[in-house]
Design a protein around this ligand. Structure first.
Ligand code: FAD
Length: 153
């Protein structure tokens, strides 16, 4: 099975874009992720899938908690930045929500404690037990499909 064929097929699944953030000691780390979904209503669980080679994995294992900021349209630059695709050394000002660093202007923000972690192939699935949620009903989400960003408006 060809890797590119697999990636191309997965890219046909249109998604939103999130930035996962966490804090370990006094260090804040952010990473763009679209492998995110809700898992359970009772209890409230979500999942993110993080590459084992990502710096984020060590942070998550240490911190035991994380936040997911669902990006709004107009935030594609932040997605590229937290995917390491923009090399400028940017100083990002994080909001604080539920004592966690989160991105300003997101359509929704979810804070979680790591409930479970499953090593699966070259990624780890982090199940987050939801602690708190903030939603901006006026904002529109950023969409991602076949490697490109789209505004829904
Ligand atoms: P790094 O590559 O070290 O960090 C990413 C960038 O964020 C760097 O530029 C770094 O300087 C900056 N940064 C981090 N923290 C801070 C801070 N506190 N202040 C200022 N800058 C900071 N990978 C997955 O594993 N799972 C996914 O679901 C996933 N989905 C993706 C979806 C999209 C649309 C894209 C574009 C990429 C996706 N990736 C995903 C790839 C992933 O975002 C990149 O491989 C990323 O670079 C891996 O992050 P890292 O933790 O290794 O951190």
């Amino acid at each position: 099975m060809d890797d590119q064929l697999f990636k191309r097929a997965m890219g046909k699944f249109a998604t939103g874009v999130t930035v996962v953030t966490t804090e370990s000691g006094d260090k804040v780390h952010g990473m763009t992720a679209n492998a995110f979904m809700s898992v359970s209503l009772d209890p409230k669980l979500i999942v993110i899938s993080v590459a084992n080679k990502a710096t984020m994995k060590g942070y998550l294992d240490e911190a035991g908690s994380f936040a997911v900021s669902i990006l709004a349209d107009g935030q594609a630059d932040l997605s590229m930045y937290f995917a390491g695709q923009k090399k400028d050394d940017k100083s990002v000002e994080f909001d604080v929500f539920d004592d966690m660093p989160v991105l300003h202007g997101a359509v929704a923000t979810i804070t979680c404690d790591v409930h479970n972690a499953h090593l699966e192939g070259d990624h780890t699935l982090y199940i987050g037990r939801v602690r708190d949620i903030r939603v901006d009903d006026e904002a529109k989400p950023l969409a991602y499909f076949s490697g490109k960003y789209y505004d829904l408006t």
